[in-house]
Design a binder for this molecule. Structure first.
Ligand code: HEC
Length: 132
């Protein structure tokens, strides 16, 4: 006899172990006030010190559009590993997070009460999306 729902035992085990299935990830987008004004303010100074020489303030609008649907963690990974081009990965991770907040503010995504966090999968669960 063929079992009708062979995946049922797996789901039960996954639930028991507290495994989060992919469908429950990415519950937020960058429209959902995912950074604070303070982060963007700190990020602005860092951006002026480290990024503006090569990327003017308009640079990231089309970039965010092109990355539509990707998790924010991927953009973070690219910039923290390869930027600034002249000295890749030279900033502390926290600084890249603040710069990311500033980049969101430049494209007029809303700020809120909850800071952007790169730890605990914080960026994996936020999706890049066109501005509402
Ligand atoms: C010395 C010049 C230079 C500096 C400084 C620099 N970048 Fe870049 N960056 C580049 C070049 C060149 C590219 C690849 C070509 C392009 O897309 O313009 C690039 C690409 C990127 C990309 C990928 C964009 C995409 O289309 O996928 C990101 C993200 C980025 N830079 C972020 C930053 C951030 C954040 C900083 C500051 C911490 C920074 N860059 C500083 C030169 C620079």
């Amino acid at each position: 006899m063929v079992r009708a729902r062979p995946w049922l035992p797996f789901l039960a085990i996954a639930a028991g172990l507290g495994i989060v299935l992919p469908a429950s990830a990415a519950s937020q987008t960058i429209n959902d006030s995912v950074y604070t004004k303070d982060q963007a303010k700190t990020g602005k100074q860092l951006y002026q010190d480290n990024c503006i020489a090569c990327h003017d303030k308009k640079y990231f609008r089309p970039v965010l559009k092109a990355w539509d649907g990707q998790p924010l963690s991927v953009l973070f990974a690219v910039m923290s590993a390869s930027m600034p081009e002249s000295n890749p990965g030279s900033l502390p991770e926290k600084d890249y997070v603040d710069i990311l907040a500033y980049i969101l503010s430049l494209s007029r995504y809303p700020s809120g009460e909850t800071p952007l966090e790169h730890t605990n999968n914080g960026l994996e669960e936020i999706t890049i999306a066109a501005r509402k």
